[in-house]
Design a protein around this ligand. Structure first.
Ligand code: SF4
Length: 341
């Protein structure tokens, strides 16, 4: 049976001396992944702005006056051209985001067409469209959707300070429907919303204890956008950010931990610390939905300095955690878990 993490265990990890925590995270990382490899995704906003939700960090909410230019659902050609460009720069996954509370049933045939076209390029597909019904999830899965992104953002306790137009349990329900439909889940959080360490611990416990662990876990740093209620939030201490990545790596050892939004505000040394703490996935390309992101040339230059290879689609297909684990390594992980019980 899957072991359940507790808040107290997560708290103990957060409380470890910094170097000890990084060391433990690195050990865990090396059990399950090659630490010199990184997975690269690209993200495109396929429908921008005018979202009815009130996420206080987001420029796409219709409730806030930001400089965002709204765009209706893109034509397939534009999406496919962007996917081709993503493939050219080495991305293995093409993520598409639409600023909706949920898609309408009438949108699903078009979304299925997009999925098929992008997949035919040899890319993994990911979408983030808001809440889904069971039928919608099944339909997207049948079209070949590989991943669905649905972030929990923060702890259940802190959630209503971030969003009031939906409930935490609704997020969990969509994740359940997505998993039931056989789609892999990408779900993580945002740091710097004013949450405390307990909230970060609680978020990671939620993610780690899902009946099926999310395959991909984005850890975002708040990008403060003028006109949103969170524009004036205090910066998160960078070492607290790295700590969260390290704890995520330990508690979600087989997931790709993605260094996501906020990377544009991190210098190479900060990003390197995040990779050392166990982040092994990034978004590449100069835009992340609506916020700035390092372009692929900057990323390539950093990866070269760090001797990091970008994973190819074959590497991902051949990634079999169980096969690669010796019983000695499995034992070490069990011991490690027990040490923090
Ligand atoms: S985060 Fe997503 S759901 Fe929330 S306002 Fe922005 S686009 Fe809408």
């Amino acid at each position: 049976m899957k072991k359940k993490w507790t808040i107290s265990q997560a708290d103990k990890l957060f409380g470890l001396p910094f170097f000890e925590l990084i060391f433990q995270a690195q050990q865990t990382h090396r059990i399950y992944f090659n630490p010199q490899s990184i997975q690269v995704s690209t993200l495109l906003s396929i429908k921008t702005g005018n979202c009815p939700e009130d996420c206080k960090y987001c420029s796409q909410s219709a409730r806030y006056r930001t400089e965002l230019k709204t765009k209706k659902l893109l034509e397939i050609k534009e999406i496919v051209d962007s996917a081709k460009q993503a493939k050219k720069i080495g991305a293995t996954r093409f993520c598409m985001g639409a600023a909706w509370k949920n898609p309408h049933d009438r949108d699903i045939p078009y979304l299925r067409k997009i999925i098929r076209k992008v997949k035919s390029l040899g890319l993994e597909t990911c979408m983030t469209l808001g809440s889904l019904s069971e039928n919608q999830a099944r339909s997207l899965s049948e079209a070949g959707l590989d991943y669905y992104n649905h972030n929990l953002d923060t702890s259940e306790e802190f959630y209503e300070k971030i969003v009031t137009t939906r409930k935490y349990h609704e997020r969990l329900e969509t994740i359940e429907k997505v998993q039931k439909a056989g789609i892999k889940v990408c779900s993580g959080g945002i740091l710097g919303l004013g949450e405390g360490t307990k909230d970060r611990a609680s978020l990671l416990v939620q993610l780690a204890n899902l009946p099926k662990t999310p395959e991909s876990v984005p850890i975002n740093m708040l990008v403060k956008i003028k006109g949103t209620p969170f524009f004036d939030k205090e910066d998160i201490d960078f070492f607290d950010f790295v700590r969260t990545i390290a704890v995520a790596r330990i508690m979600l050892p087989q997931s790709f931990i993605r260094l996501s939004a906020g990377r544009k505000n991190m210098n190479e040394q900060m990003q390197t610390l995040c990779f050392m703490a166990g982040a092994n996935s990034v978004f590449s390309g100069c835009k992340l939905l609506t916020t700035d992101n390092p372009d692929e040339k900057e990323d390539r230059a950093l990866f070269k300095k760090l001797d990091i290879d970008v994973m190819r689609i074959d590497d991902l297909n051949n990634l079999s955690h169980d096969k690669s684990l010796s019983s000695k390594e499995k034992l070490r992980f069990e011991d490690f878990y027990d040490a923090y019980s």
